[in-house]
Design a protein around this ligand. Structure first.
Ligand code: PMP
Length: 394
């Protein structure tokens, strides 16, 4: 008997552009606790092992405002203001992670074919969102101080892009932090072209050497801007909370997009975050402890990379954030490398998905150092280097 085949549903054309998150695919293969994973961007869970969560009042169980809880908006707006942004609670929206901020901003700005400028490499889940909205992606390479302002000026003349997406502080994946001078020069170029700046800043507080310069948005005189922050990296990622602060004229349409997306972010989570962030001194002490913990891991990874990867790759020591970015001295088959390291219990992120046009296949790798315990880091880097060395020779 013939089995009837189900008719295929007709889906929106944008679904053809929807790529799965490579990082999440690799992460799903690393759920096994035995895997030493340098692949994700995950905080160290040992930091909240003994955490006592504040009690959530039953009033938080009811539906709430789409903007988010006033008290949390005030705390996060105060932080943005302290960074030099012309922010206040009225132009601050609580989002379901900064990932939702990217989605809302993309919905606000992008139509099929809208040019958007981004860094090469760039945050892969931002690339995923921009491709979903069928934008026309244009990349500018990063050097150790950021993208080049002159190249940006040229690309803006050429593309007339209405928007640029930057992650200028301890960038994911490269770890690059833009110098103060570059930030000012880039702001001036954006003002000249009236380009909207979408600035993504989730790693700012994880600084190991010195506090980073202020956000690029704080140097803008006239251009519109959207600034995204997150509690994921310094508090608890599972709360799924972030904030979006923007030029006043953008707030109302973004709020409507938020209403259409999910009515409002998780209220019990907002109550928890409000209480945990309420006392600035307590919060700063917690962040200092976290930075101290991660700084030791960064230093250990640097020592291990110097011991095992010299001659195979080059890299810069990140002054904040969670990642090392390795550039290989010769192109290698990273799909093969990933299979080999996974079979030996180690995961990493190949560099290609961080490029809008993955011309870079086989030349770079992102390594996260926040998750893995110091004891297992050595074993992991040793295995990784052995696999890379083998493929180098073939
Ligand atoms: N932007 C960047 C650059 C990130 O690295 C991440 C997390 N990996 C996000 C946004 C999303 O973070 P959140 O947990 O706040 O949604």
């Amino acid at each position: 008997m013939k089995t009837p085949t189900a008719p295929s549903p007709r889906l929106a054309s944008r679904i053809d552009k929807l790529t799965g998150s490579v990082a999440r695919d690799i992460l799903s293969r690393t759920q096994d606790k035995e895997i030493i994973s340098f692949a994700g961007g995950l905080p160290d869970a040992s930091l909240w092992r003994d955490l006592k969560l504040p009690e959530v009042p039953p009033s938080a169980f009811q539906y709430g405002p789409s903007e988010g809880e006033r008290s949390l908006r005030e705390i996060l707006a105060r932080r943005s203001k302290g960074l030099g942004l012309p922010a206040n609670a009225d132009t601050t929206l609580i989002t379901s992670g900064s990932q939702q901020g990217l989605d809302l901003a993309a919905k606000l700005i992008l139509e099929p074919g809208t040019p958007i400028i981004l860094e090469a490499p760039s945050y892969l889940a931002a690339i995923q969102v921009f491709k979903l909205f069928q934008a026309d992606l244009h990349s500018l390479p990063l050097d150790s101080e950021g993208i080049c302002p002159r190249a940006l000026d040229r690309l803006l003349n050429e593309t007339q892009a209405p928007v640029i997406y930057l992650n200028p502080t301890f960038q994911n994946p490269s770890g690059t932090s833009y110098s103060l001078e570059r930030r000012k020069q880039i702001a001036a170029v954006l003002d000249k072209h009236a380009t909207l700046l979408l600035e993504d800043d989730p790693y700012r507080d994880i600084a190991y050497d010195a506090p980073p310069p202020p956000p690029i948005a704080s140097f803008l005189q006239t251009s519109p801007w959207i600034y995204l922050a997150s509690v994921s990296k310094t508090l608890i990622p599972g709360l799924r909370l972030g904030s979006l602060t923007c030029s006043p004229e953008l707030f109302s349409p973004l709020l409507k997009l938020k209403q259409a997306a999910d009515l409002h972010s998780n209220r019990p989570a907002q109550f928890i975050a409000t209480q945990m962030l309420a006392d600035p001194a307590v919060n700063q002490a917690r962040i200092d402890g976290l930075c101290q913990h991660y700084r030791q891991k960064r230093d250990l990874m640097q020592t291990l990379l110097a011991a095992h990867f010299s001659g195979l790759a080059s890299w810069e020591v990140p002054s904040g954030g969670m990642f090392f970015w390795l550039r290989f001295t010769q192109r290698i088959d990273l799909a093969q490398a990933l299979n080999d390291t996974l079979s030996r219990g180690v995961a990493f992120m190949p560099g290609a998905p961080f490029f809008a046009d993955p011309e870079d296949v086989g030349t770079s790798m992102r390594l996260n150092f926040s998750l893995v315990s110091p004891e297992r880091m050595e074993e992991g880097i040793r295995i990784l280097a052995a696999v890379v060395r083998d493929l180098h020779q073939t």
